[in-house]
Ligand binder design. Sequence first.
Ligand SMILES: Cc1cc2nc3c(=O)[nH]c(=O)nc-3n(C[C@H](O)[C@H](O)[C@H](O)COP(=O)(O)OP(=O)(O)OC[C@H]3O[C@@H](n4cnc5c(N)ncnc54)[C@H](O)[C@@H]3O)c2cc1C
Length: 407
Amino acid sequence: MSTNWAGNFTFSAGLTAHPTSVEEVQDAVRAAESAHVVGAGHSFSTIADTSGTLISLDRMPEVFEVRSGSVRVGAGMRLARLADLLHAAGLALPAMPSLPHITITGACATATHGSGNDIPSLASLVRSLDLVTADGGITTLSRGDAGFDGAVVAFGSLGVVVAVELDVVPTFEVEQRVYQDMPFDALVANVDAVFASAYSVSAFTTWQGVAHVFAKHRTTDTRHDLAWTGATAATEPHHPVPGQPTLHCTTQLGVPGPWHERLPHFRADFTPSVGRELQSEYFVAREHAAEALKALNALAAELAPVLLTSEVRTVAADAQWLSPVHGRPSVAFHFTWQPDDTAVRTVLRKIEASLSPWRPRPHWGKVFEMADPGERYENWARFAELQARLDPAGKFRNPLIDGWFTG
Ligand SMILES: Cc1cc2nc3c(=O)[nH]c(=O)nc-3n(C[C@H](O)[C@H](O)[C@H](O)COP(=O)(O)OP(=O)(O)OC[C@H]3O[C@@H](n4cnc5c(N)ncnc54)[C@H](O)[C@@H]3O)c2cc1C
């Protein structure tokens, strides 16, 4: 892997290791002066970068073991494969992000999430993880263990996760409908009701007066129509980004299907989103959703030249120290941008200033400007202590992560 998925940066690693066993992961870590693990390389920042050894787990043997209410999964497995295996076993994840192309461990390490008032991030499904630490040893941390809540969302800075055990639920069916042209004012006035209207709700907007609401409801739940907001139930499929091919999207129009073929917006066998793009996302406490929507809408003219689309989602609170939804049910404001780094960063500074009254937390795998993300986390210092204990020489640090911890 020479660049990340979006192609907006080139990895600076001198060497890429492709271990084929846990022992080879341990050997690669022991042999390296500095190292970092990469998943599917879908993050937009240099969070997985290293000038030492880049450890890719794409050749690791597949591990999938069903346990009681959980599954044990080998690192490196992509969500699409995991979802197929789970569904075949009559099981499901309660949450899926917009795309299944990423690895489960890369997703957990950045607190990747989907949408749903009661749906947590993927990281909060982790029951335990096996971590190869800087000395090449393996530590297993389980829910309830000291430091566990710091170890899941750790962006590879504590070591290489080689397996995770995840909570799972019985498989379920979902119908997806798009309600187009919801007046923006109606979304603001009824934001709680709109996001409570289905199991998983995403509102896409380009801040031009309307939103298109993707509502995914479990077939066993009561369905709440959104026509009362002034929106119209779509009679043709919609892509979240205007003008992109709808063939790339999961089935809409209310056709029932399994959870993993409806909760993500994008199909596993097609390019998700656009391809040449940047992404950013900020989380604020859910009670500020309406005020934050209005604040962002006031920036519409400044966003327009670089924006492809925005997505508004809700995420349940979790206990992970560095999860952007730690301790607060949240609303997340996502932006898909044109691939113009300079212009995007100018706009990001305006967004961060506009959301500042609500102490926004950024998505770790996307681009942001704030230099002090740690100030928004009550357990930041505890995490730094965990890092210092597990990786005293800073083997897994990189310039981006160093910047957050040294200011
Ligand atoms: C088109 C697109 C759509 C997206 N949609 C969403 C979305 O709906 N919701 C959302 O929250 N995010 C979304 N993202 C962001 C994405 O989910 C995150 O960037 C995620 O981390 C990518 O996973 P990855 O496997 O590519 O990990 P990478 O980008 O390769 O790595 C991410 C981080 O995880 C660490 N990591 C990877 N593997 C391990 C391991 N085995 N042990 C320890 N650390 C590890 C890396 O070191 C790095 O710090 C989207 C990204 C794209 C490109």
